[in-house]
Design a binder for this molecule. Structure first.
Ligand code: NDP
Length: 262
């Protein structure tokens, strides 16, 4: 049995990942604030176990309760491989630093940075010593290494996620049965988050028009393609523990495995 834990499964990249994982042989744990009824129905029609949790992962207790509940349902003796995909994320607050809503910034930092740490910590503890493929994938962003005016909170949370990934990777490299931990900058993908970027007031986000242009020129990837690339490479040995990779690097790995060019 393959186990996958996916955060932010209701929409966007998380929904695409979860939908593709609804195949026999997988057991899925999905979480978001709102249930995705289509995914639940699809899993039920194909007899694939999907445990869908409704939780607000910007609240520490809810994140802790979620991941602890997941491990009460996993039969450790039975699994062939396991992955935690820390995908849930938010962009807001978008604003110059002098006028940031810090209550929102606090929720953001919990969701984008602290929650992946909490989930990873419990995952690593629960799976320690198991000699099977184990992966933690943190969905990061190009904004972790490119500064954008108005995105101080988002750029910082994603830069923090990258550094967390590197430190967790160092620690795992010292383990006898390490978990592969890596972060991914997935490119620019047509999801609700991009819609939000395009409709943000330009006075808050001066680079808005660049994203509108990319959209109008058809340069955005679709979430299904990104999910396809991730799921075909996530357990691949060429991905170095502790690394931060781009979607193009994952594509290259896929091509070396013989997949057709996209
Ligand atoms: P979406 O906004 O489309 O989806 C975000 C997902 O996160 C939803 O399922 C949402 O579910 C969930 N979520 C948001 N807040 C919470 C919360 N408080 N508790 C639990 N779940 C929550 O975003 P994308 O699919 O675009 O983004 C997914 C990841 O990819 C994010 O980490 C993002 O930063 C990253 N990324 C996206 C890019 C893009 O171009 N789209 C580019 C680079 C990185 P619900 O609202 O039901 O809770």
């Amino acid at each position: 049995m393959n186990y996958y834990i996916i955060t932010g499964a209701s929409r966007g990249i998380g929904q695409a990942l979860t939908r593709k994982l609804i195949v026999p042989g997988n057991t899925l744990f999905a979480v978001s604030r709102t249930l995705n009824e289509d995914l639940i129905e699809l899993a039920s029609s194909l007899n694939v176990p999907l445990f869908y949790f409704e939780a607000d992962l910007s609240i520490r207790e809810e994140a802790e309760n979620f991941i602890k509940s997941v491990f009460t349902k996993i039969k450790l003796a039975e699994f062939d491989r396991i992955a935690l995909i820390n995908n849930a994320g938010m962009l807001e607050p978008v604003s110059p630093i002098k006028s940031i809503d810090f209550a929102l910034a606090e929720k953001h930092l919990h969701l984008n940075l602290l929650t992946p740490m909490i989930l990873s910590s419990v995952f690593l503890t629960e799976t320690a010593g198991l000699d099977i493929p184990k992966v933690i994938l943190n969905i990061s962003s190009g904004a972790s290494f490119n500064a954008y005016s108005g995105w101080s909170v988002y750029c910082s949370s994603k830069a923090g996620l990258d550094m967390f990934t590197q430190v967790a990777g160092l620690e795992q490299n010292a383990e006898l049965q390490p978990t592969k931990v890596f972060a991914l900058a997935p490119g620019i993908i047509e999801t609700g988050m991009q819609e939000l970027i395009r409709t943000t007031d330009e006075s808050l986000f001066p680079e808005r028009d660049k994203f509108i242009r990319l959209y109008e020129e058809g340069k955005l990837s679709n979430p299904e393609d990104i999910a396809y690339i991730i799921l075909n490479t996530i357990f691949n040995y060429d991905i170095v523990t502790g690394s931060v990779v781009t979607i193009d690097q994952l594509k290259e790995i896929m091509y070396t495995l013989g997949f057709p060019k996209m």
